[in-house]
Design a protein around this ligand. Structure first.
Ligand SMILES: [Zn+2]
Length: 414
């Protein structure tokens, strides 16, 4: 089949299917909107259920618009490839050496991400505002976006320049070295991100002494989880949604709680959330996740190598590689989308395992159940996600299912 036609079909299939998913979800919600379904009674009030459905509906509309914009961007890129514009730009770029070629790959990708900005603004100051979650201001939003763009441009340029340089220096064997280089960058960013990048966006203050800190340290001690520090992050600067995570490895680990989480949960419930995070580490999910990420990087570098050899681009070499990298980075997500049921299923399995760990570490399911129920209620989580939407997009099982699994494990023990 014609390669250009294959790319077009790939992009249309993904965006069409995503739109279909959203359509199915919307109809599913509307069918269930009359009253709170039996399995959610006790978790949500009539009013809470109606609010969660209305929030979900607004978010579906935004997601649909976002699909539309992303489709238009990719179609424009394909059209530019088709009518020879991209080839012309590549010839120009090749005249400026590695830096020119790196920009040839980077600029269209940055342009595609800029297309999302207006919608992101509508998300923050339209939907999030209307449902009471927005705490950001337009000035802060613009500053965030500019900082993010500068980071993506700077890092993206350096990485692409280095990859193209490796290919120039090493010839055919570049992709294995390119993988080694990208693996180092990935591990470095994992370690450096929380220390040097996140503080550009948020303030991290040590968790003050008190019952909460005592409870969290006791939990870390009980589960043999080395901790270098406990921090509170000012998530409330942008949104009232709550979260918690840990970063780093071994004794360099830092636990970060959103201030919004500390406000919403009791110390015992916060400890249960931390126990869940510790569960991810203890069950090896962090390292397995890293291994999977490195495997996909290997796939990407090999695919770029393979594609550049087949590139019809005259002069091939580094220009052929730049062409292949742009095609892979712009269209790869449309192809990998079809694997998302696998990765999402694995992620949901890990969530159940981390929940089970927390149940044991907290001597029962109740603290985590209360925390999950409260967070789900306060963040207006979608109460009735369609199974197909869950299969493709949910990295976490729906909260009602997590509660059921936790409580039935408790009962099985009695
Ligand atoms: Zn988790």
């Amino acid at each position: 089949m014609n390669l250009a036609l294959a790319c077009l079909l790939l992009v249309l299939a993904q965006h069409g299917f995503e739109a279909l998913l959203l359509f199915i979800q919307n109809r599913h919600q509307e069918r269930l909107s009359a009253r709170v379904p039996a399995h959610l009674q006790g978790l949500l009030s009539e009013e809470g259920y109606a609010r969660a459905l209305s929030y979900a509906k607004d978010k579906n509309l935004l997601a649909l618009a976002s699909q539309g914009i992303s489709l238009l961007g990719l179609l424009a890129l394909l059209a530019l490839a088709w009518d020879g514009h991209l080839a012309l730009w590549l010839a120009l770029a090749a005249g400026h050496g590695l830096a020119g070629l790196a920009l040839f790959v980077l600029l269209p990708l940055l342009a595609l991400s800029l297309l999302e900005w207006p919608l992101d603004y509508a998300r923050q100051f339209g939907v999030e505002q209307r449902h009471g979650f927005n705490k950001s201001r337009p000035g802060l939003w613009v500053a965030d976006k500019l900082k993010g763009l500068a980071l993506a441009a700077g890092l993206g340029f350096l990485v692409l320049w280095a990859l193209l340089g490796l290919a120039q220096a090493l010839g055919q064997a570049w992709w294995l070295w390119g993988f080694g280089f990208l693996a180092l960058v990935q591990v470095f960013l994992m370690l450096a991100w929380p220390r040097f990048i996140m503080p550009l966006f948020n303030r991290f203050s040590p968790l003050p002494e008190g019952p909460l800190k005592a409870q969290l340290l006791a939990l870390a001690g009980r589960t043999g989880f080395g901790v270098a520090g406990l921090f509170v992050m000012d998530g409330s600067k942008r949104s009232s949604h709550a979260n918690a995570f840990f970063t780093g490895f071994g004794r360099l680990r830092r636990i970060v709680l959103f201030d919004t989480l500390v406000d919403q949960l009791s110390p015992e419930q916060t400890a249960a959330v931390l126990a869940h995070e510790i569960g991810h580490s203890k069950r090896g999910h962090t390292l397995q996740g890293l291994a999977l990420a490195l495997a996909s990087t290997l796939g990407l570098t090999y695919a770029a190598h393979w594609l550049s050899l087949r590139s019809a681009w005259p002069g091939s070499g580094q220009a052929g590689l730049a062409w292949a990298l742009l095609a892979l980075l712009a269209l790869g997500p449309s192809l990998l989308f079809w694997l998302s049921p696998l990765s999402a299923a694995l992620s949901r399995r890990w969530e159940y395992q981390a929940d089970a760990f927390a149940r044991q570490a907290c001597a029962g399911a109740e603290p985590l159940c209360q925390a999950l129920a409260s967070l789900h209620k306060n963040s207006l989580g979608n109460p009735v996600p369609h199974p197909l939407l869950v299969a493709f997009h949910y990295s976490h099982p729906p909260v009602p299912e997590r509660l059921r699994a936790l409580r039935s494990a408790d009962q099985a023990k009695v």
